[in-house]
Design a binder for this molecule. Structure first.
Ligand code: ATP
Length: 641
């Protein structure tokens, strides 16, 4: 018989945690470290300030770092990347043929060439993420970062991290691909020193292996953490994903500041991007809660009974669970004699019965006060900041419950904007983490593409640039897999919540789009009318002129001359063709202004129409005139009585 440690299991099945191939490993490492930084900063109430650096390290430099001699190849044919003269010629010819195509898709071509180049030489990356969060206690650092399935986020609380795995997976991958240890600098708030650790993980024993530790001076009282790990990666293939991830995390956390730097060996390939902070308004932090009866399984009940300080079943039920009142906890279930005192002497059968009862009895739903959604304000701000759309609508749904865990769905739908393709563009977030993979199986994507009839809301799902943003927060996100990549589409409650939130956004948009279309049509009508004014004026004037020059015959014509009195001025040349053009234009514009005003009034006075209006006289003495003139109205203060 053999036994495996958790570290060994995850090292062998690293794809479970999102570490599929070198490129994805680079992406997931950045993601795990950034999410730890955000959790740490938010939990201490600091507006997050996160610096991400990816430094490219060539195979040659890596060999020097690892102290491996850079060997000269004596026989090239023994190497995988060896190319015979024939093969080289064929490749060159093919590349020439593709050159034209490549020119068109410049970016793709660069990726292809770079990928081809990187086939022969591996590229390594030093990923460093620094934050201004809580830091970690000096003595806990080895266990937190060097022991798989250890962490501080196992409680029942909404956090980005959950499994106690992410940072360790980065360390396992660095151990597997480069053999280099992780370096950590960390300081708690007010700590006089900075903890420094260089450590790796003993995969077989699932234990930290500390190479070096030090307490360095901290004169500036810096607090936070900086983690640096060197891994094999593939920037060319995954740079777009990393950029997309950072952009989306900036959307959902507009109160955070992200600085990103890619330091290439060749300086001209280096990149620096800053995602600035747009608001100081951080959502209230999530709170830890007690278990809801519907969320516990038999094993959890046994564990809770083993650690509870309560001595009776009644106390245990109302103190250690949410949604069970003192009175309710005292109600006799089936036969009270089956639940003897004290609590710790409950038999296995009684525990089984208790489990059954907790799932069968009616309890009120958990509330949502402990959750921390991004908030419609932050969501809207993030979208405006990153996409600058023409229209955006947001909605936050009521709390719903899934297997005893409350969850809240927030959604936003935008139309138009920069850097967004025509069609439905789905942006998914879970506990404020962007989800970029497995979109096809995800509840959000499937709902947006299959369950919303966009045409009902005057949105064209193929030609309009539609942004669909859905953010789900919960104490337990039903991810599929430890890689936290998607939420399955098989839970009705979740499907309904997502659909409802999107529909609410669409309804808001429909009103805006209808008004926008009406305004557009009106503008077009005015344009057309103005276009025909000269011709119409010329034609009418010609008729009037002819009429004015011929003698008045018949009662109708005589009435015209007396009632309208138009032919006289035409005859006396007081009214010319130009006069008609001017009057007709004025008329079209006046009608247009009247309609525009009506439109603005319906819109609730758009910004351009607003004028400050003071109803308090500015002096101590009341004065009642002159009237205040606005574009849309005149206000006059009157003395009454
Ligand atoms: N930047 C940081 N600042 C403070 N503490 C940190 C930081 N990074 C990691 N930690 C601590 O290390 C623990 C382990 O982190 P790790 O990424 O392995 O797992 P996790 O974040 O708890 O869960 P998950 O695997 O779901 O991401 C965290 O629970 C946290 O306590």
């Amino acid at each position: 018989m053999q036994q495996k440690s958790p570290a060994e299991f995850f090292a062998e099945n690293k794809n479970i945690a999102g570490f599929d191939n070198p490129g994805k490993c680079l992406y997931t490492t950045v993601r795990e470290l950034v999410e730890n930084s955000l959790d740490a900063a938010e939990s201490s109430g600091n507006l997050p300030d996160v610096e991400v650096t990816i430094e490219e390290i060539s195979q040659k430099r890596m060999n020097t770092i690892r102290g491996i001699a850079n060997l000269e190849r004596v026989d090239e044919t023994l190497y995988q990347d060896f190319e015979t003269e024939d093969l080289r010629k064929k490749r060159m010819a093919k590349e020439a043929r593709e050159q034209e195509k490549l020119m068109k898709a410049a970016q793709k071509a660069e990726v292809k060439r770079a990928a081809a180049a990187s086939k022969s030489t591996k590229t390594f990356y030093k990923v460093t993420v620094k934050d201004n969060g809580t830091g970690m206690p000096h003595k806990d650092i080895p266990n937190l970062l060097g022991r798989v399935l250890s962490g501080t986020k196992y409680g029942l609380q909404q956090t980005r991290g959950k499994f106690g795995l992410g940072a360790k997976m980065a360390l396992i991958w660095s151990k597997m691909s480069t053999g280099l240890p992780i370096e950590v600098w960390s300081a708690r708030q007010g700590q006089s020193f900075i903890s420094y650790y260089k450590l790796d993980i003993d995969i077989h024993k699932n234990e930290p292996n500390v190479h070096k530790t030090e307490e360095k001076p901290n004169p500036d009282r810096w607090h936070g953490a900086e983690l640096s790990v060197t891994i094999l990666g593939n920037w060319q293939y995954y740079r777009a994903k990393i950029h997309k991830y950072l952009r989306q995390i900036a959307v959902i956390t507009p109160y955070a500041k992200f600085s990103f730097a890619y330091v290439a060996e060749d300086e001209k390939n280096s990149i620096r991007i800053n995602f600035t902070r747009r608001t100081d308004k951080m959502p209230a932090p999530p709170k830890e809660v007690k278990y809801h009866p519907a969320s516990v399984d038999l094993e959890l009940i046994k564990r809770l009974i083993a650690v509870t300080k309560c001595s009776t079943l009644r106390q245990f039920l109302y103190k250690d669970f949410s949604s069970i009142s003192k009175d309710y906890a005292g109600m006799p279930p089936h036969q009270p004699s089956r639940f003897p005192m004290p609590l710790h002497s409950l038999s296995q059968q009684c525990k089984g019965l208790l489990h059954q009862l907790l799932h069968e009895a009616k309890f009120k739903d958990p509330d949502k006060d402990h959750l921390s959604p991004a908030g419609e304000y932050n969501l809207r701000l993030g979208i405006l900041k990153e996409l600058n759309p023409e229209l955006v609508a947001t909605h936050q749904g009521d709390a719903r419950v899934l297997e005893g865990h409350a969850f809240v769905v927030e959604a936003a739908v935008s139309v138009g904007g920069r850097d967004i393709k025509p069609g439905i563009n789905v942006y998914r977030f879970a506990n404020r983490i962007p989800l970029l993979f497995e979109g096809g199986s995800d509840v959000i994507t499937r709902t947006a593409l299959k369950r919303i009839n966009w045409a009902n809301y005057k949105i064209n799902q193929t030609s309009d640039k539609v942004g669909v943003f859905v953010s789900i927060v919960s104490t337990k996100i039903p991810y599929k897999g430890a890689g936290k990549e998607y939420i399955a589409d098989d839970m009705d409650e979740m499907v309904h919540a997502v659909k409802h939130a999107l529909q609410q956004c669409c309804l808001q948009l429909k009103v805006k789009i209808t008004k926008q279309q009406a305004a557009k049509e009106q503008k077009l009508r005015r344009k057309n009318l103005i276009k025909y004014v000269p011709n119409a004026a010329a034609a009418v004037f010609k008729v009037l002129q002819t009429m004015s020059e011929t003698p008045a015959v018949g009662p109708k014509r005589r009435r015209m001359e007396t009632d309208n009195d138009i032919l006289g001025p035409v005859k006396r040349r007081e009214v010319e063709e130009g006069t008609l053009v001017q009057r007709l234009t004025e008329y079209v514009e006046r009608i247009d202004t009247d309609m525009a005003l009506e439109y603005q009034m319906q819109q609730g006075m758009a910004e351009g129409m607003q004028q400050p209006l003071f109803l308090m006289p500015q002096t101590a003495l009341h004065s009642y005139g002159p009237p205040l003139q606005g574009t849309a109205c005149t206000v006059c203060l009157l003395s009454v009585g």
